[in-house]
Design a protein around this ligand. Structure first.
Ligand code: KIV
Length: 254
């Protein structure tokens, strides 16, 4: 799809029922995100989520899915200690049914990505706002705003590509920066709050279905509005990603 220039539609997914629904209406990629900490568990962040919990939800998603590509998030504390720890954790997710694992951060993560890739584990990297390090970042705020921070993100993206990452998620960065990183990357770049020029888009399922309590980030669109059912909302999301009408440069972009 990336090679053909077709936009990739990704959503988070945490259980078999939604996996069946999302896969059935054409979502290309299911992310078993550690956002389940907030969405399912009511936690204040993704930090408390454990590997065991991620394994359980990955198994659930894999059972409901038929054709979508399944990415499993390596949770906080499951890959930072050593490359060997990352391999053990990634193995657990792959054996639970993930086809790719995602880990957050740049710089120090590149050797870990290389280590996993060499051992046959496809890796998705995640740069920009990295929720597992929200306390170090000082909150959920836009990243890569000034020239220096933008240059660091570009360098980290290059290093991760060189290390063998097969996909990159960019979260909450200016659209111009995401466009530059996407243009320079041979791998698909999936944006969330990163503008329309990425190779695809991802949203938290419960956000786009308007099930999340409180104020949503600006980059989220409520696809339930005007939809007769959850399936209809997801179908409209897929269509909007494919025809580039989501995200809207005026409404959902920085
Ligand atoms: O856990 C998650 O839902 C994610 C997305 C925000 C990309 O990592």
């Amino acid at each position: 799809m990336h090679g053909a220039g077709e936009k990739i539609a990704m959503l988070t997914c945490y259980d078999a029922t939604f996996a069946r629904l999302l896969d059935g209406v054409g979502v290309d990629c299911l992310l078993v995100g550690d956002s389940l900490g907030m969405v399912l568990q009511g936690q204040p962040s993704t930090v408390p989520v454990t590997l065991q919990q991620m394994v359980y939800h990955t198994e659930c998603v894999a059972r409901g899915n038929r054709t979508a590509w399944v990415v499993g998030d390596l949770p906080f504390g499951s890959y930072q200690e050593s490359k060997e720890q990352a391999l053990r954790s990634a193995t657990a997710l792959m054996q639970a049914g993930a086809q790719m694992v995602k880990l957050e951060g740049g710089g120090w993560t590149a050797p870990t990505v290389g280590f996993l890739v060499e051992r046959g584990i496809p890796v998705c990297a995640h740069l920009g706002l990295t929720p597992q390090t929200v306390h170090a970042l000082g909150g959920y705020r836009i990243q890569g705003r000034d020239d220096e921070a933008a240059a660091v993100l570009k360098q980290h993206a290059r290093e991760l590509v060189d290390a063998g990452a097969a996909m990159l998620v960019l979260e909450l960065i200016p659209s111009a920066l995401a466009r530059d990183i996407t243009a320079a990357s041979p791998i698909p770049v999936i944006g969330i709050g990163a503008g329309v020029d990425c190779s695809g888009q991802v949203l938290v399922l419960h956000d786009m279905l308007n099930l999340t309590a409180g104020k949503l980030p600006r980059f989220v669109r409520n696809f339930m509005q005007g939809s007769a059912s959850a399936g209809d909302a997801v179908r409209r999301y897929v269509a909007a990603v494919k025809d580039k009408s989501f995200p809207d440069p005026e409404l959902h972009t920085y």
